[in-house]
Design a protein around this ligand. Sequence first.
Ligand code: CA
Length: 489
Amino acid sequence: MRASRPLAAPGLALATAAWCVLLSPTAVEARRPNVLIIITDDQGYADAGFQGSERIPTPHIDALARAGVRFGSGYVSHPFCSPSRAGLLTGRYPQRFGHENNPAYLPADESVGLPVSELTLADVLQEAGYVTGLVGKWHLGAAPPFYPRRRGFDEFFGFLGGGHDYFEAAPPGGRRSGGRRSGDPPEEYTVALERNGRPVELDAYLTDVLTDEATAFVRRHHQRPFLLLLSYNAPHTPYQAPPRYRDRFADIPDGDCRTYAAMIAAVDAGVGRVLAALREFDLDRRTLIFFLSDNGGQLRYRCADNAPLRGGKGTVFEGGIRVPFLATWPGRLPAGVTYQQPVTALDIFPTAAAAAGVDRSGRPALDGVDLLPYLTGDRESAPHASLYWRFGNGAGWAVRQGRWKLVKQRRRRALFDLQSDIGERRNLAARHPALVRELTAAYRSWSEEMVGPRWPNPGREKAAPSDEKAKAVYGRDSVARALYAFAGI
Ligand code: CA
């Protein structure tokens, strides 16, 4: 399905691209922007300087926030990894196509992954003449039909599963030395990294390696419009970081929490290096950048901080779905402002497509909307009348309309006024029964448009190993126990 792409010289319209270009000839002379999406994994809502953290400084990400728009109500479409990423890449609620659970790591199972019927942002920009790259975590299926390079990415460096050890990987073409032992991390987490299908060695700290690859991508493709999805797996478990980052947090007494902070510091350093690469080629003003976490902070290990929000990863309270989220495009978007209307990661696809001048008329509607007119102030209304969440085929769900949010978590329904109660502490359901009925009906109507999960969530490991056992396996002071909790969510 790949159309041959013209070799793009800067400033030339890509007339042979299958997607029409909306821009006027004059506008086309101004080069179309690059699109850079930086995603972190399980980063706490408060765990960045621009979100108010005093514990974890993130000067480079903060600089991005100052140069653009911070989203005060920036959501993802799902409270855990894979469905959230499926929503981001398709611009559609992942429940529309049954992507409601995490896929198990099944390299031979062609039924578990982002359905091939879905078009990705990478497909669309690739077809429009962009060079497209994914660096880092995929987690949208491990069997061949789901490979990133079959889903619109020209280039892929990273791993296909839901996470990876930050120091260890199987050697190219082999397995980890010594065979597998009880208590070992899952194979998914130690497979060899790959570059475009070829296994490569992991010879440094994974977060730094992903940054190296991202900067190399920018250098390689600075003369063409590009889409780069830089998908860090930090600060997802296992909590692992080298001393040069951990030493910055000597004041954090708990070893795991010190490491968690160090992992975010490594991401921040990486963001700084990628931004420097953009500046090197004078691309910083010609790049639309999004930065966000794929879901809320994992609270189980008491290191992530989602304050002032309630709950965390795996819940549809705000702490599971409202994330650190910003967008920058110098000269096109305002700088240093917070946009308070609810937005969602589903909006990234249509926003990036519009910035690239792609005409989507006649194509199936997306659930996301183009945010550009809202962020520039051309439109003053809210981008979304309603936003919906559902996991476990309805085991938990939520709907937000304006200031109101109805949450169903376990058996209870609770109504919150987010304008006065961002922490979802005061359940107002008894006081507003008609509103509860109305929001319930809205949710049900939306949910009926969705389909059931196409596969079950992977089972959780029976029990996490003791710290001692984890240390015996790893031989490092970074406790690896958290690794084992990955499977369920
Ligand atoms: Ca995640």
